[in-house]
Design a protein around this ligand. Structure first.
Ligand SMILES: [Zn+2]
Ligand SMILES: [Zn+2]
Length: 275
């Protein structure tokens, strides 16, 4: 299988690191994970058509991970998608999708009526919400989902993808999490979020030590992520969801390598990795 990093950034705008999104694909199937800002542009750059994506999986409903959902759907219709979207996400996804579709209902109906295209199936969104744990088969890929710890976000998930004896693990957004280390054991590749200590500056009034602490406390610090990868005994560690998006690469590699024992890969938008 192949992992394509589509967006390795966070809510703050960075033209080199778009909002969180990843693609897992085989010759037969493709799954999009999250749809952060700019996902459709990155799909185009990666030469992936949204008409063929088999399913969308959402790690959680933080806006940076879902903000381009409608753009994904409408652009797929414009690209002649003729099948429904299957969306898998946490509790609340049905309500969220309904609200988004409702917000654009009048505009969409006018377009459909005026443009007279033969299919409107791309607007048919079939949503399934996760339990605490489960497995879902999408084509020749098996997706295993499990809860991670992104409190105060109530429902947040990590994923394992299985294909031909290979395993790919995604942390989603999480603070250091036992469940991730449990389900990520011996994975071929762990894609993990990271909060880079000492790289974020405080701003008067807007970002104090206290607000910084709050952001850090529901993510995984760079001084810890290598330890997690080590405990999970993963073969390869790829970092993503960088907070902040600009940082000293060498310094980050050094900090993580010290704990992990191997060099991590610093993710970047459009990086493709075969697993
Ligand atoms: Zn989040
Ligand atoms: Zn996030």
């Amino acid at each position: 299988m192949q992992l394509t990093l589509l967006g390795t950034g966070c809510p703050k705008v960075d033209h080199k690191r778009f909002g969180p999104a990843n693609l897992v694909s085989t010759k037969k199937s493709s799954i999009l994970i999250d749809c952060g800002s700019g996902v459709t542009q990155r799909l185009k750059e990666a030469k992936v058509s949204s008409t063929n994506i088999n399913a969308l999986f959402l790690t959680h409903l933080h806006s940076d991970h879902v903000v381009d959902l409608y753009q994904l759907i409408i652009s797929s219709w414009h690209s002649y998608r003729i099948k429904p979207w299957r969306v898998f996400g946490p509790k609340g996804t049905k309500k969220f999708v309904n609200k988004i579709m409702e917000a654009w209902k009048d505009e969409r109906e006018q377009r459909i009526k005026y443009e007279q295209r033969s299919s409107t199936k791309a607007f048919n969104i079939i949503v399934s919400e996760f339990d605490n744990y489960g497995k879902i088969k999408i084509g020749d890929l098996i997706v295993e989902y499990f809860t991670v710890d992104h409190k105060p976000v109530k429902y947040a998930y990590g994923f394992n993808f299985y294909h031909k004896k290979k395993k790919l693990t995604m942390s989603g957004d999480t603070k250091p999490c036992d469940n991730l280390m449990k389900y990520g054991q011996l994975t071929d590749l762990l894609l993990h979020e990271v909060f880079i200590e000492d790289e974020i500056k405080t701003f008067e009034k807007m970002r104090s030590k206290k607000t910084l602490h709050n952001v850090k406390s529901y993510h995984t610090p760079s001084t810890v992520v290598g330890k997690i990868a080590k405990i999970a005994r993963c073969k390869k560690l790829v970092l993503t969801h960088f907070v902040p998006t600009e940082f000293n690469h060498k310094k980050l590699i050094k900090v993580v390598e010290k704990d992990f024992g191997k060099k991590p890969i610093i993710g970047k938008d459009l990086l493709k990795i075969r697993i």
